[in-house]
Structures are given as structure tokens and as C-alpha cells.
Design a protein around this ligand. Structure first.
Ligand code: ZN
Length: 144
């Protein structure tokens, strides 16, 4: 196993054991649920917007380390950001894992590359993209 694989595993484990933005928001602007029955991952997102900016985002759920770590990283990188920025990151992340595209992440998004390895395991891909698909649905909901 290469050094970067070890490093990536540590990043994933850190987010799994110390999830960022874990919890709920009472009366959020948008609440969206997602699930990955194949693995048993469940996720709920709670978002408060300020205009088209994601002011606050929290997630709640249970599931495997990949799904929970991915949700933690996702909430971390989109907090305080505009929905256009969030959509761009969603596209880049899904492009990396689902379409095997080379990501073009800025430095503050580097943690996301730790999940790049899951594309080798088709069953885990759905775990990794669950939070991102749910965020995509939540943003669409907010634009209605
Ligand atoms: Zn899973």
C-alpha cells in the first residue's frame, strides 16, 4: 500500500470518527433525506440558506465509514459557500468517482481526494456519492 493510500485512510477515518457538522437543525429551510439500501446507509441533511448561500448545514444518519466520512467532508466544504460553488464541487466529486475524471480541486478541497480510491469498488461508489446526491436534491428544492 502506498503512502498516500495510508494517508487517505487516515483522513476518512478521522471524518468518520469525528464527523463535522453532525446533528440536526430545528425548522431548517430545507430538509432532504437520502438512502443507499445496498449498504444500509441513511442520511438526512438540514440546511439554512442566506440568499443562495449555504449558511448552515448539518447531517444526521448512520451507515458505513465511507458514507459518513463523505457526508462530513461534504458539509465541511460547502458551509458558507454559494449554491453555484456547491454544484461545481458536486460535479467535480461525482466526476472523479463515477466517471473517473481527474479532479481539479483547490487546496481546501484536498480531503475529498481521499475518497478517490473507492471508485475501484463499485459497491462503495454509492456510499461515497450519497451525501452529494442528497445535497444536489436539497439545492434543487431550495430553488423552487
Ligand atoms: Zn455504505
Amino acid at each position: 500500500m502506498s503512502l498516500s493510500d495510508e494517508l487517505y485512510k487516515e483522513v476518512i477515518l478521522d471524518h468518520y470518527e469525528n464527523p463535522r457538522n453532525f446533528g440536526t437543525i430545528e425548522n431548517p429551510d430545507v430538509k432532504e433525506a437520502g438512502a443507499n439500501p445496498l449498504c444500509g446507509d441513511e442520511l438526512e441533511l438540514f440546511i439554512n440558506f442566506d440568499g443562495d448561500k449555504i449558511k448552515e448545514i448539518k447531517f444526521h444518519g448512520k451507515g458505513c465509514s465511507i458514507s459518513q466520512a463523505s457526508a462530513s467532508m461534504m458539509t465541511d466544504v460547502v458551509t458558507g459557500k454559494g449554491t453555484d460553488y456547491a454544484k461545481d464541487v458536486i460535479n467535480q466529486f461525482k466526476g472523479m468517482i463515477v466517471e473517473d475524471k481527474e479532479p481539479n480541486f483547490s487546496e481546501d478541497l484536498e480531503d475529498l481526494e481521499s475518497l478517490n480510491g473507492v471508485k475501484k469498488y463499485p459497491v462503495r461508489v454509492k456510499c461515497a456519492v450519497l451525501a452529494w446526491n442528497t445535497l444536489e436534491k436539497a439545492i434543487k428544492e431550495s430553488e423552487k
